[in-house]
Ligand binder design. Structure first.
Ligand code: UD1
Length: 423
C-alpha cells in the first residue's frame, strides 16, 4: 500500500486551487436517478469516492461519462435497470445511502445495503428511515439490507421533524419529496452548504423547493423532473484543511475559489488562534500573525457551527499552540483516532470521552503514523509539515477518498511531500 512522506521544511508560499465539494458531488450524483433526462455536473472533484458513486449508479442503470479529466460528469438515468444497491459497493462509502430517497421517489421501491464508510462512530440510519417512512414508504431491515417500498408507487407529501439535523437524511428526504404527491415540510433540517447546492440543482431540474439553508424546507411535489447542468460548490473542508497549512508551517497561502461565507465559524477560531484570513481577488489567503499559534477551545456543531470534518486538522494545528486547547466532538462519538497518532509525533493530548485536551508543545517530531479515516489522515500530513524530520503516513487510500492531487497541491506551495509506492 502506498504511503506519503512529509518532511517539515519551513514556510509555504503560493496558491492552491480548491476543488468542488466531495460531499456536494456525492449527493448531486444520485439526483440523476430522479429524472430520465441528463444531468451534467461541472467542477466535480477527482476522488475515489466519486468513482465509487459512479460504480453504484452504473449498477442501477445510469450512464456516467467522465469528461475534462473527470471534472465534468455527464449522468443519464434514462432507464433504471436495477433497484438494489449492493453491499460490495455500499460498504466502501456511507454516502451510497443517498440513492435510497431518489430510487423510492422514481421507482417506488429500493433495496439498499446498510452502509460502511469511515469508522468514526455508529452512524445509524434511523433518521433516513423515519424521514422516508413519513413520506409513505414501508421499510424493513432483512439480511443487512433496507427493503423499501411505496404502496401505490408514489410517495405522499408530509410534515416531518427530525430529532437531529442529519445531513444525509435531509438530502434523502428532499430528493424523495421532489416527486411526491403534494407538499412536504422538513423541520429541523440540516443547513450545510452542500444541501443548499443540492437544492439549487434540483430547482434547475424543475423541483419546487423553498427554505434552502434554513431549518425548515418546503417541497411541493411535481410529476416529473428534467435535466440540468450544475457546477459543484467549492469544497469547504478541503479549503479549511489547506488554510491550516501556512498556519502550521508559516508563510502565506492563497486558496483559489475559497469563500469565507462557507466556513465562518472556522475562520473565527483561526482568528482567535492568531491566524489572519483575508479575501483576495481570487479566493482567500491565510497566514499566522506571529511565530506561535494561541490555544483555542473548539466544539463541533452542525452548520453553521464548527464542522466536525475540520476537527482533526484543527487539532493538528493546536498541538503546537501556546497553552491548552479543549476540543469537544459532539457529532460523532469516535472521532479522535488521530489523537494517538499525533501523540506518536510528540503531541500531548488527553482524550476523555468526547473531549480532547491538547497541551501545546514546542515542536512535533516526524514518525511513522497510520491513517485511520479521511480527515484524520490529512491531519497527520498537516502536522508533518512543521515537524522535525520525516513523517510517513501509511494507509493513504483514505486520503484518495477526499483530497485530489494532495501531493501536487502541497508541493506547489513548497512543502516537501511525496507519495511512495507500497511494496
Ligand atoms: C455528512 C458528511 C460527513 C460529515 C457529516 C456531519 C457526506 C457524504 N458526508 O455525513 O462528511 O462528517 O455529514 O457533518 O455528506 N445519525 C443518526 N441516525 C441517522 C443518521 C445519522 O443517528 O439516521 C447520526 C450519526 O451517527 C452522526 C450524526 O447523526 O452521529 C451526524 O450524521 P449525519 O449528519 O447524517 O452525517 P452524514 O450525512 O452521514
Amino acid at each position: 500500500m502506498d504511503s506519503i512522506l512529509v518532511t517539515g521544511n519551513g514556510p509555504l508560499n503560493g496558491h492552491i486551487p480548491i476543488a468542488g465539494a466531495k460531499n456536494a458531488c456525492l449527493t448531486l450524483m444520485p439526483a440523476t436517478l430522479l429524472s430520465d433526462e441528463p444531468l451534467t455536473l461541472t467542477n466535480a472533484p477527482r476522488l475515489s469516492d466519486i468513482k465509487t458513486m459512479t460504480q453504484l449508479l452504473e449498477s442501477l442503470g445510469t450512464e456516467v461519462q467522465a469528461m475534462a479529466d473527470g471534472q465534468v460528469l455527464a449522468l443519464s438515468s434514462h432507464e433504471l435497470t436495477n433497484l438494489r444497491a449492493d453491499y460490495d459497493i455500499v460498504r466502501k462509502m456511507r454516502a451510497s445511502n443517498l440513492v435510497l430517497g431518489p430510487l423510492l421517489a422514481r421507482a417506488g421501491e429500493a433495496v439498499v445495503s446498510l452502509p460502511g464508510g469511515c469508522a468514526i462512530g455508529a452512524r445509524p440510519m434511523d433518521l433516513h428511515i423515519g424521514a422516508l417512512e413519513a413520506l409513505g414508504a414501508d421499510i424493513d431491515l432483512r439480511d443487512g439490507y433496507l427493503h423499501a417500498k411505496v404502496s401505490g408507487g408514489r410517495l405522499t407529501g408530509a410534515v416531518h421533524e427530525m430529532r437531529f439535523a442529519s445531513v444525509g437524511a435531509t438530502e434523502n428526504f428532499v430528493m424523495a419529496a421532489t416527486l411526491a404527491k403534494g407538499t412536504s415540510v422538513l423541520k429541523n433540517a440540516a443547513r450545510e452548504p452542500e444541501i443548499v447546492d443540492l437544492i439549487h440543482c434540483l430547482q434547475k431540474m424543475g423541483a419546487k423547493i423553498d427554505g434552502a439553508g434554513t431549518s425548515t424546507i418546503t417541497i411541493e411535489g411535481v410529476d416529473r423532473l428534467g435535466g440540468a447542468t450544475h457546477p459543484v460548490v467549492v469544497d469547504r473542508i478541503e479549503l479549511g484543511t489547506y488554510m491550516l497549512a501556512p498556519a502550521i508551517a508559516g508563510g502565506e497561502v492563497e486558496l483559489l475559489g475559497g469563500r469565507i461565507d462557507l466556513i465562518e465559524s472556522f475562520v473565527e477560531k483561526l482568528d482567535a488562534a492568531g491566524v489572519d484570513v483575508r479575501e483576495t481577488a481570487n479566493g482567500i489567503a491565510t497566514k499566522r500573525r506571529a511565530d506561535h499559534i494561541k490555544a483555542v477551545d473548539v466544539t463541533t456543531e452542525v452548520f453553521p457551527g464548527f464542522p466536525t470534518d475540520l476537527q482533526a486538522q484543527m487539532m493538528a494545528m493546536l498541538c503546537t499552540a501556546d497553552g491548552i486547547s479543549n476540543l469537544e466532538e459532539t457529532i460523532f462519538e469516535n472521532r479522535f483516532m488521530h489523537a494517538p497518532e499525533l501523540m506518536r509525533m510528540g503531541a500531548q493530548i488527553d482524550v476523555q470521552g468526547g473531549t480532547a485536551k491538547v497541551t501545546g508543545v514546542e515542536r512535533m517530531k516526524g514518525a511513522p503514523v497510520m491513517a485511520t479515516d479521511l480527515r484524520a489522515s490529512v491531519s497527520l500530513i498537516l502536522a508533518g509539515l512543521a515537524a522535525e524530520g520525516e513523517t510517513r503516513v501509511n494507509r493513504v487510500y483514505h486520503l484518495d477518498r477526499g483530497y485530489e492531487l494532495l501531493v501536487e497541491k502541497l508541493s506547489g506551495v513548497g512543502a516537501k511531500v511525496e507519495r511512495v509506492p507500497g511494496v
